[in-house]
Design a binder for this molecule. Structure first.
Ligand code: TYM
Length: 326
């Protein structure tokens, strides 16, 4: 059976963008693939985190996964830092990748420009992600479009290692859903919706009060026309709302355009808000049920035991091929 794997960083409550870009897809794939869903906590410390906050966020993210419909019976769920062999695999891969390819990554260029004194982890971050993916023999990696370049790098590194040392890794592929590959900020719809945005009015967090969410959608930036047409270049605000609506209802874009032909923006926004609020209410209800449960610990213990074995095995194979034997 083909294997599907993805992870999210535990840097605060996840956004509607994370949900649509990664989690929603996993919900579909868990029905047909051998599925792995983890917490990318080692990735989160490439940028300084408050230890107390991080502790809370790691566990909370697992509760969010379950609340969002990721089924622990159909997924292996684990916390990346529990698997001590992940950084070992990552190091061996680092020594088979190049500064040039890492420094060309769009996310590195953006983030390093924002931080005067960034860590070297910010540069090597995609290799750690490569280790997550190819160390677990994942065939498919559902991500938002902002992570596509990193999955392609993982692919290149896997091919390079296989060519140099013989068949070792499965070659992974990114899976990107058409609608919602990139959910944009509601206030500034030319940039992606991100937890780190300064103005929180444009960002929907999964655990936000639903009344606040409704207000954020109602005051989303649109344009001076009055047509509900999907045109990301000229109408980024409306196109983003169409994308959100399409992702959550499963309707395709042309059907949405037809449904709302002649409607004003207020009416459309309130329909989008209804759909988002309904989705979030269900998630929040389940979140409150599972967040303090002992069940989370059991799931993570069993995920850690399984993945430690898998990564250890892969690490030993790599060491042997590279010649790290005594
Ligand atoms: P992270 O935590 O930044 O984002 C998690 C997932 O959410 C997607 N995403 C979005 N999708 C649509 N619209 C948006 N506005 C939006 N914002 C974020 C991201 O594309 C991602 O799929 N490096 C990864 C975590 C990671 C990982 C991995 C993922 C570590 N190892 C191995 C897959 C496989 C990250 O920082 O995601």
């Amino acid at each position: 059976m083909k294997r599907v794997l993805t992870g999210l960083q535990p840097t605060g409550v996840i956004t509607l963008g994370n949900y649509i870009g990664a989690i929603q897809q996993m919900k579909e794939y868990q029905e047909q693939y051998d599925s792995y869903m983890f917490v990318a906590d080692l990735h989160s410390i490439t940028i300084a985190q408050d230890p107390e906050e991080l502790r809370k966020n790691i566990r909370s993210l697992v509760a969010i996964y379950i609340a969002c419909g990721i089924d622990p019976k159909k997924n292996t769920m684990y916390v990346q830092s529990d698997i001590e062999y992940v950084p070992c695999v990552s190091w061996l891969l680092e020594c088979n990748s190049y500064y040039g390819e890492l420094s060309r990554m769009t996310q590195f260029k953006d983030k390093s420009a924002k931080h005067a004194n960034f860590t070297s982890g910010l540069l090597t971050y995609p290799i750690l992600m490569t280790a997550d993916i190819i160390g677990a023999d994942a065939n498919f990696v559902p991500v938002g479009v902002d992570q596509k370049q990193h999955v392609e790098l993982a692919r290149d590194i896997a091919i390079r290692f296989n060519n140099k040392y013989g068949e070792t890794f499965v070659i992974p592929e990114p899976l990107i859903k058409k609608a919602g590959t990139k959910i944009m900020d509601l206030q500034n719809p030319t940039v992606k919706m991100s937890k780190s945005a300064e103005n929180k009015k444009g960002v929907i967090l999964i655990l936000d009060d639903v009344n606040v969410t409704r207000k954020k959608i109602m005051s989303a930036t649109t344009d001076s026309e009055m047509s509900i047409k999907f045109d990301p270049e000229n109408k980024p605000g409306i196109s983003n709302l169409i994308n959100i609506y399409s992702s959550l209802t499963g309707l395709n874009i042309s059907d949405i355009e037809k449904e709302f032909e002649g409607c004003n923006y207020g009416t459309f926004k309130s329909k989008v808000a209804d759909v988002v609020v309904k989705e979030l209410e269900g998630i929040q209800e389940r979140y409150n049920e599972v967040k303090d449960s002992q069940y989370l610990t059991e799931i993570l213990d069993s995920g850690a035991a399984k993945m430690r074995e898998a990564f250890k095995k892969k690490y030993e194979i790599m060491k042997d091929k590279i010649g790290l034997v005594r």
